[in-house]
Design a protein around this ligand. Structure first.
Ligand code: XLS
Ligand code: NI
Ligand code: NI
Length: 448
């Protein structure tokens, strides 16, 4: 991969990040992520398909409800006159590609409004996006860095305060369509491998003013039409829905994986759509990250992952970088068992803490996340190769592989026969689930 050289270097003092291994004390080196290391016949790079999220990394200044930003981005500075929005966007693009190439990530992801500025009119905003898309295409060509997915921001502008595809006002729904159309066009132009819908404000605060049935139907219509347009425009990738249970609205329609899969099947969208699972959204929904991944895997709808983590002591979407290897092991076991990420990837939808203000911090945060998943992949691979988990699991369900249990799974028993089988038995076996043993084995393999 070629290092990107723009008009100016933004991340000075940081060179290309390399794999140095566990003995290295260099904070700007990978300890576990060795992109060319082969696992199960594929390189780590091909397994993990890492992506950088444009919004957190190049737009997030650290502002929170109690104070403004703590990071001033050099690509937005100007000594004399105030720099216009398009120049800022161009500089930001240079900075982003410099960062991607120094970090050696194969992919990035963006919202329309992250890469190009919103203008006075929708038409001008679309023109802005088209211009920046052309520039991004050149930089992709130069570096070999690819677009994992594109999406449209249908939640920041005030007109979306009541949602986009579920807005009670039709004109606003239509404005969302014009944005999604342009974002799909940009994704096609940049050969993006997926297109994401996160239902930003698709939900409600109070039933007293909400026609939930109509809103859900409108959302389904909107998604079907977007799908049809995308296919017509030449988009061959996967459409993804990213569940999240709350924040910004109280009741989000895409609550969790099971809800979204039910919705997609209800409206016959399940052939074109898969899911993008974000770790912190899973925990917000009261689930574990792996639960959400497994629900998708079982439905053959595991599309991609937004890799981050929440904070165990609070219930927000804190979007921290993932560091917990125990969790990445569990996640990668689900991914490997599901046959891999396919055209999806591991996108760091994660932000620096507000007081992380050094230029290096953005690199260090991504290095930590990449190492955590790389080690997770290695450990998951050796755990699966050892067969301990599959053996224990298969023994646990062995009663369904013989005799009446087998007949039951084949649909060869009726309910009365099922009930009669039990009457013949005098004792019912208590078989240990052995959860502690399995947990201990993961700890053991972490250090093997
Ligand atoms: C917000 C979401 C968002 C999506 C893309 O919580 O995670 O960042 O990934 O719109
Ligand atoms: Ni996300
Ligand atoms: Ni999030």
């Amino acid at each position: 991969m070629a290092l990107f050289k723009g008009n100016r270097e933004y991340f000075t003092g940081v060179n290309e990040i390399k794999f140095e291994g566990l003995e290295s004390d260099n904070p700007l080196a990978f300890k576990f992520y060795n992109p060319t290391k082969i696992i199960r016949g594929k390189s780590m790079k091909e397994h993990l398909r890492f992506a950088v999220a444009y919004w957190h990394s190049f737009c997030g200044t650290g502002a929170d409800p109690f104070g403004g930003g703590t990071r001033t981005f050099p690509w937005e500075q100007n000594n004399e006159t105030k720099m216009d929005a398009m120049t800022t966007a161009m500089n930001k693009l240079d900075a982003a590609f410099e960062f991607f190439s120094k970090l050696s990530v194969p992919y990035y992801c963006f919202h329309d409004r992250d890469i190009s500025p919103e203008a006075e009119t929708l038409k001008d905003s679309i023109n802005n996006l088209e211009k920046i898309t052309g520039e991004a295409k050149l930089r992709q060509k130069e570096t070999g860095i690819k677009l994992l997915w594109g999406t449209a921001n249908l939640f920041s502008h005030p007109r979306f305060m009541n949602g986009a595809a579920t807005n009670p006002e039709f004109k606003i729904l239509a404005s969302g369509a014009s944005q999604v159309k342009a974002a799909i066009d940009a994704t096609v132009e940049l050969e993006g491998e997926n297109y994401v819908f996160w239902g930003g404000r698709e939900g409600y605060g109070s039933l007293l003013n909400t026609d939930m049935a109509l809103e859900r139907e409108n959302m389904a219509r909107f998604l079907s039409m977007a799908r049809d347009y995308g296919r017509k425009a030449g988009f061959k990738g996967t459409f993804l829905i990213e569940p999240k249970p709350m924040e910004p609205t109280k009741h989000q329609y895409d609550f969790d994986a099971a809800t979204v899969i039910g919705f997609l099947k209800e409206y016959d969208l399940h052939r074109d759509f898969k899911l993008n699972i974000e770790a912190n959204h899973a925990t917000l929904a009261g689930h574990s990250f792996t639960h959400e991944l497994q629900v998708c895997a079982d439905a053959n709808m595991l599309g991609s992952i937004d890799a981050n983590r929440g904070d165990a002591q609070n219930g927000w979407d804190t979007d921290q970088f993932p560091v917990d290897i125990y969790q990445t092991v569990e996640a990668m076991m689900v991914v490997l068992n599901a046959g891999g990420l396919g055209s999806g990837g591991l996108n760091f939808d994660a932000k620096l803490r507000r007081n992380s203000t050094d230029t290096e911090d953005l690199f260090i945060a991504h290095i930590g996340g990449m190492d955590a998943f790389a080690r997770g992949l290695e450990v998951a691979d050796s755990l699966l190769n050892s067969n301990v988990f599959s053996t224990i699991k298969s023994n646990r369900y062995s009663s369904y592989k013989i005799g009446d249990g087998l007949k039951f799974t084949k649909g060869e028993l009726d309910f009365e026969q099922l009930a009669t089988i039990a009457l013949k038995e005098k004792t019912f076996p208590l078989v240990s689930g052995r959860q502690e043993l399995l947990e201990n084995i993961i700890n053991q393999y972490l250090f093997r």
